[in-house]
Design a protein around this ligand. Structure first.
Ligand SMILES: *[C@@H]1O[C@H](CO)[C@@H](O)[C@H](O)[C@H]1NC(C)=O
Ligand SMILES: *[C@@H]1O[C@H](CO)[C@@H](O)[C@H](O)[C@H]1NC(C)=O
Length: 389
């Protein structure tokens, strides 16, 4: 219709309509632009009560959509050994407000107490399982035990501790820290897979598996250190703390702390194709983009996008950074989001699996944050994936 005069106002209106229309398409293309929407300190160390230091944060949504945040509440000092509580806070409004801290496990006065841990959601049963270790370092104690508590009521009440070492044996096994997975895609749909690492007498990455909703457990995949079962030196191969994620093709990608900087100051990535029963060396690579000071990092797969958080620095635990990959971790987008420039340590991520378009927009991060030291507080962050433009 040549010759029709379109007023500037109408044109502007059309442009606005167009851009509103275009945004969701870009979003579907995965052109995300994350923005930190909210940040809240959940725990502050050195403060009141019976706790010296909070460390090792875990975060998960329950099947009913509540957010659970866990941490180690270290009673006497900031050390990894020593007596602790497991602290829990719960939010029923997706992190806007949080209930008070509950201590759901108390290890008394052990010299080498509990260490977190992996939280697993069984979507079929609606249960929350929390797996942790006791006497991991064998410091004034023996043997090590792998323990589990579980909740059937959305994290409100918790079972007494169950000793999984009765089935697994008494190898030192520190799950995660982070989350375990329940397989959604073949092979082994429904299986619970929890991966972690061992200490000197058997160090490396190991996964434990349950095919009956956490009643019985057995050892699955192993990625052993070199030299195995012997003291290590700088640059030895020592895969350590790790976070498994299930990809949409049913493989399990495990992002691993490279304890002695073998090959690079970066992350080890290894993949299981058989539901966590094996970790073939052919499926291992070093991700040079994911520069790392040797720390526990966060990984999450949501709607075909892989997310990663760590203190992105080759030597120091500073610069907590969120990255994302549209190629299942084969490459990372050039953009990244700095969540905190200062001291920052362990991190973990979660998101709500749901059909609601609203829930597809957010991921949630929990991390160790400080001004002088990274263990000063534990912070919760809500990230809008399409908020940065
Ligand atoms: C757990 O079970 C193992 C194997 O029976 C045992 O040696 C260990 O002492 C138990 N641990 C705890 C904390 O009861
Ligand atoms: C922080 O991380 C970003 C992204 O990896 C990197 O470009 C930057 O150099 C890092 N800064 C520091 C101080 O580590």
């Amino acid at each position: 219709m040549r010759g029709v005069v379109i007023s500037r106002g109408l044109l502007a209106g059309l442009v606005t309509l167009l851009s509103l229309d275009v945004l969701p398409c870009l979003a579907v293309d995965g052109q995300i632009s994350p923005l930190v929407l909210e940040e809240l300190l959940l725990w502050v160390s050195g403060g009141a009560g019976q706790v010296n230091t909070y460390r090792i944060p875990l975060l998960t949504f329950t099947k009913r959509g509540s957010l659970l945040a866990f941490s180690e509440a270290r009673k006497g000092s900031e050390q990894d050994t020593g007596a602790k509580f497991i602290a829990l806070r719960r939010s029923t409004d997706k992190g806007a407000t949080w209930g008070p801290t509950a201590f759901i496990v108390d290890d008394g006065s052990l010299a080498d107490g509990l260490n977190l841990g992996s939280v697993v959601i069984d979507e079929e049963k609606g249960s929350v399982l929390l797996i942790y270790s006791i006497c991991f370092h064998r410091y004034h104690c023996s043997p090590s035990s792998t323990m589990m508590v579980y909740s059937m009521d959305d994290g409100l009440s918790w079972s007494a501790p169950r000793n999984l070492s009765v089935m697994l044996g008494v190898k030192s096994f520190a799950p995660g820290p982070g989350f375990g997975i329940q397989k959604r895609y073949p092979p082994a749909v429904g299986r619970l897979v929890v991966c972690g690492h061992g200490s000197i007498a058997g160090d490396g990455v190991f996964c434990i598996l349950s095919d009956d909703h956490g009643v019985t457990w057995k050892y699955g995949a192993a990625l052993k250190s070199i030299p195995f079962n012997q003291p290590k030196q700088a640059l030895d191969f020592n895969p350590d703390e790790c976070q498994p994620v299930e990809m949409e093709d049913g493989s399990i990608v495990i992002n691993v702390r490279n304890q002695y900087n073998y090959h690079c100051h970066c992350r080890i990535v290894v993949r299981s194709l058989d539901g966590g029963e094996s970790l073939p060396l052919e499926e291992l690579f070093f991700d040079h983009t994911l520069v790392d000071p040797a720390v526990a990092a966060g990984a999450l797969q949501k709607e075909g996008i892989l997310f990663f958080t760590n203190p992105a620095n080759d030597k120091q635990r500073v610069n907590l950074t969120l990255r994302w990959s549209l190629t299942n971790g084969q490459s990372w987008e050039k953009d990244s989001v700095q969540i905190w420039a200062g001291p920052s340590g362990y991190s973990s991520m979660t998101s709500l699996k749901s059909d609601s378009p609203e829930d597809k927009k957010f991921i949630y991060v929990i991390y160790e944050k400080g001004h002088k030291d990274y263990d000063e507080s534990i912070s919760f962050v809500k990230v809008h994936l399409y908020g940065g433009r």
